[in-house]
Design a protein around this ligand. Structure first.
Ligand code: KG4
Ligand code: ZN
Length: 331
């Protein structure tokens, strides 16, 4: 089954062609980072307008990079939430048009479930043999979640953030440090030349939930106390370590608690080099298998949406042309 996926939930316009859920034939991503950078964050109206300008070209390019024509696509999968309402509607309506004209099934995909499915996509060197059950740590700009993936269609929330998402905390601290948007990759880069010598708090929340607002305040207060004389790499490294320690400890404990033997990372923050290294070490020590998608599949992309759509179709789900977008933030 060949699925064409479409993703426009935030600031990336993406289309991908994926065979049998796992083999990525093309994955085209047009980033809007430069458009939003002057504002220090995504401007929803600008995002929606740029998606409208790009979507046709991006879908054409995704097909052109394969030797597959539109008539050979078996189904159209689209992320219909959560995300920015105006942005989601662009991809959703484009996918509806394609499904209607080509008389093929349409399937709506939950963006976060899509992130998890990035782990099913074949990587550069190896085929991903990941199969449920497993625990997924989803760390993106809008979400921090521990999900028990019981089978291809059952996602259960084991833990989530009480306040800021991990990526949001990275972006906010980067802004305070004067680093460009988006801040996550910048903190990752700058932290490499610093040491985690400043002791910032690790929030202890009940169960497997997270909280990053106290850490954010602690970093802000530390910076204010230094009277302009700050060591940016050391602050970045110390903040990053505080986030990574909590994510790693919670993910490993939740995995043991669920009696799973596998953890799969997902979402933009899963690109973070310190998180990938810490998870490697923690999983090796606890004898757990760890899956880390290629960085291009961690941030928003349509290949993961096509993969999730494939498994929904296999389970017998599809959607009608009345399918709506759901912008709300939770699962
Ligand atoms: O999954 P994603 O592309 O979009 C959402 O669905 O939110 O995640 C974007 C988030 C941003 O907050 C960005 O700063 C963060 O992922 N991010 C990183 C890194 N690369 C992207 N955070 C830390 N380290 C990175 N290397
Ligand atoms: Zn995302």
């Amino acid at each position: 089954m060949i699925v064409l996926g479409i993703e426009t939930s935030c600031d990336e316009t993406s289309a991908a062609v994926v065979r049998n859920g796992r083999e990525v034939l093309s994955n085209i991503i047009a980033s809007q980072v430069e458009l939003h950078a002057p504002f220090g964050g995504v401007v929803p109206e600008i995002a929606a307008r740029r998606h409208i300008e790009c979507i046709g070209f991006i879908v054409d390019e995704a097909l052109a990079q394969t030797n597959i024509s539109l008539k050979d696509i078996d189904a159209f999968a689209v992320a219909n939430g959560p995300g920015l309402a105006g942005a989601l509607l662009v991809g959703l309506n484009y996918a509806k048009g394609l499904a209607f004209v080509n008389k093929k099934p349409l399937v709506g995909v939950h963006h976060i479930e899509g992130h998890v499915c990035a782990n099913f996509l074949h990587g550069e060197e190896i085929d991903s043999e990941l199969e449920p059950p497993f625990l997924s740590l989803v760390v993106s700009g809008g979400h921090t979640l521990l999900l028990a993936v019981e089978d291809y269609d059952t996602y259960r929330v084991v833990g989530s953030t009480r306040d800021d998402a991990a990526g949001e905390a990275f972006d906010k601290i980067a802004r305070v440090l004067g680093l460009p948007y988006p801040g996550g990759p910048e903190i990752d880069r700058v932290a490499k030349s610093g040491s985690p010598i400043i002791s910032f708090p690790r929030a202890r929340v009940d169960g497997f939930d997270f909280s990053f607002s106290g850490l954010k305040t602690a970093v802000l207060q530390y910076i204010q106390k230094q009277n302009g004389n700050i060591n940016i790499p050391d602050i970045a490294a110390s903040f990053q370590k505080a986030v990574v320690d909590v994510l790693t400890e919670r993910a490993v404990s939740a995995c043991k608690h669920e009696s799973f033997n596998t953890i799969a990372l997902a979402g933009g923050v899963a690109c973070n080099s310190a998180l990938r290294k810490a998870m490697d070490e923690a999983c090796a020590e606890k004898n757990l298998r760890l899956f880390k998608p290629k960085p291009v599949y961690c941030t928003d992309n349509a290949a993961m949406i096509a993969c999730r759509g494939y498994y929904r179709l296999l389970a017998g789900f599809s959607d009608g042309l009345e399918l709506n977008a759901f912008p709300g933030r939770m699962c």
